[in-house]
Design a protein around this ligand. Structure first.
Ligand code: IPE
Ligand code: IPE
Ligand code: MG
Length: 239
């Protein structure tokens, strides 16, 4: 199928990459195997989004709630993340991708943070698609921090400042104030929930749930989601 069936393209796509564990367990493999194959899906989906001209791709890789998983699974995920950050550098640079992360990055193991900062700094001057990983990310935490930020601002400014606050004042305190609101949210593995992801930014996103698990979500499944998006009518409350 030609790329024409995929237009209009969303400028910004967000994905809740779910079902790695189930995918592996269905095959009699340990959950970690699903995360490893899932990393290959990240690679192909990123490459295809960049090729198509999507401007921003935000991937939910690890939530604040995911810290409650077994120590073993968390450790393996952090190791995989560090490995991904090193291995993907060439691919990121070759494709002119700008790499960023949002979340409570202080909570990441120092080795992961160092690799992240290196990849971020190296890619900062690139001019292509923004690839943003949500790491130790929770939307309520993000909104609480933003509320604290605007409260501090209003205290400094004094009388009348609270009433003068606008939506952009709150946005300034989000993890990445320059992030575009996603036009399309994809979630894999059939689950119909947001799981504490981008509650502010997804206000008007189109939702798409894929039945397949994340390790199986590749170019063809991405195209299916984009085709569904292209056929939507976005009304933003208008009649
Ligand atoms: C998504 O897959 C990856 C992360 C949340 C880190 P899961 O690990 O949630 O897989 P399921 O949902 O248990 O199958
Ligand atoms: C959401 O998936 C978080 C990520 C994809 C990183 P979960 O598997 O953690 O979400 P729940 O527990 O099904 O809501
Ligand atoms: Mg899950």
């Amino acid at each position: 199928m030609s790329d024409a069936s995929l237009t209009p393209l969303p400028e910004s796509v967000a994905i809740i990459m779910d079902g790695n564990g189930r995918w592996a367990e269905e095959r009699g493999e340990p959950r970690f195997h699903g995360h490893e194959v899932g990393a290959e899906s990240v690679r192909s989906v990123t490459r295809e989004c960049a090729r198509l001209g999507i401007k921003e791709l935000t991937l939910y890789a690890f939530s604040t709630e995911n810290w409650r998983r077994s120590e073993q699974e968390v450790g393996l995920l952090m190791g995989l993340l560090a490995q991904f950050l090193v291995q993907e550098r060439d691919e990121i640079m070759d494709n002119g991708i700008v790499f960023r992360a949002i979340g409570e990055l202080d909570q990441l193991p120092p080795a992961v943070r160092e690799e992240y900062e290196r990849t971020r700094d190296m890619s900062a001057q690139n001019g292509g698609m923004i690839l943003r990983l949500a790491l130790s990310y929770g939307s309520r935490r993000e909104l609480l921090r933003a509320a604290q930020g605007v409260a501090r601002l209003a205290l400094e400014q004094g009388e009348g400042a609270v009433e003068a606050l606008g939506e952009d004042d709150l946005r300034r305190f989000l993890y990445d104030p320059s992030m575009r609101d996603p036009d399309l949210l994809i979630r894999t593995a059939g689950e119909m929930r947001l799981s504490n992801f981008l509650l502010w930014q997804l206000s008007y996103a189109e939702l798409y749930v894929a039945e397949c698990c994340w390790p199986e979500f590749r170019e063809a499944q991405l195209h299916e989601a984009l085709r569904s998006f292209a056929a939507r009518e976005r009304r933003y409350g208008k009649a």
